[in-house]
Design a protein around this ligand. Structure first.
Ligand code: PLP
Length: 280
């Protein structure tokens, strides 16, 4: 596998990050993940915009223009013959003798790699996903896509240990979002609900795309918080992310959602989004 590191394409075994990289020592960096379908990027402009915003929010200069990022991504996809999977970007503040504070002139570290994996044909789709709820242990700026992901690592592992597919993080009885996804429910009254954007959640690119599809197809949605109890009593639940697109949720903490099978709206939105992404 060929990866990109600071201007060079090289075999992954040969790529080296210095011990004093602030991404390694402090989790002082930003990342982005874009899906690749038919060799093409899914909503990449939005991902690169969010990358720029995240970097700006923590004062790391964006080392590349959109055109430069896209050119590197294209070359990496070509060198790895990637037709379907993910492309990962990480930018850390750079390398410096360990110290919490940082000088003004650090050169950011840029790492990019691809992961070949099925995105459209998800093995868990027929059955749907099971979700557990966990306390949201994260900091107060979850809108920044920081590589400091310890709370999400623990949440995901708790899900795996429980035989579940995703963890929904909860604060004061209210669902914030999935460990690596945006949470949605559909009430018995047919209302599609997801949490409004704020510092409490990552502004999901898939979330935005799905909400535009909902509006474009004459359906409605409501941006408001919802509780775990509401979610368990919902007609449907699902989550969205670049890697899972739209994934129906069939149980939360062991409570079946609706009839315990993947919901119709979730599957419809998944199809609509894939159609939009792969249309020629
Ligand atoms: N929320 C969190 C905490 C995430 O980590 C992710 C993706 O990794 C998402 C939401 C979904 O974002 P996107 O749709 O941009 O992949």
């Amino acid at each position: 596998r060929i990866v990109y590191l600071n201007g060079t394409f090289l075999p992954i075994e040969e790529a080296r990050i210095p011990v004093m990289d602030r991404g390694f020592l402090f989790g002082d960096g930003i990342y982005e993940v874009t899906a690749v379908l038919d060799g093409r990027f899914a909503d990449n402009e939005a991902h690169l915009r969010r990358l720029d915003r995240s970097l700006g929010e923590i004062g790391i200069p964006n080392p590349h223009t959109v055109a430069e990022w896209t050119a590197i991504q294209n070359e990496l996809v070509a060198r790895n013959n990637l037709t379907e999977g993910l492309i990962y970007i990480e930018v850390t503040r750079g390398v410096q003798e360990r110290d919490f504070a940082y000088p003004a002139n650090l050169a950011p570290t840029v790492v990019m790699f691809t992961q070949a994996k099925p995105v459209r044909a998800n093995a868990g789709l027929a059955k749907g996903a099971s979700v557990i709820t966990v306390p949201d242990l994260r900091w107060a700026r979850r809108d920044i896509k920081s590589v400091a992901l310890l709370a999400q690592v623990l949440a995901k592992q708790a899900a795996v240990n429980a035989g579940a597919n995703e963890a929904w993080m909860v604060q004061d009885g209210v669902v914030t979002e999935g460990a690596s996804s945006t949470a949605f429910i559909v009430t018995e009254a047919g209302e599609l609900i997801t949490r409004p954007l704020s510092h409490a959640v990552l502004p999901g690119i898939t979330r935005g795309a799905v909400l535009r599809l909902v509006a474009g197809n004459g359906l409605t949605f409501v941006e408001r918080t919802f509780t775990v109890e509401e979610a368990k009593a919902a007609k449907e639940a699902f989550f969205t992310s670049a890697s899972t697109i739209v994934m129906p949720v069939v149980s939360i903490d062991g409570t079946p959602i609706g009839d315990g099978r993947p919901g119709r709206l979730a599957l419809q939105l998944r199809e609509l989004y894939i159609e939009a992404l792969t249309a020629r």
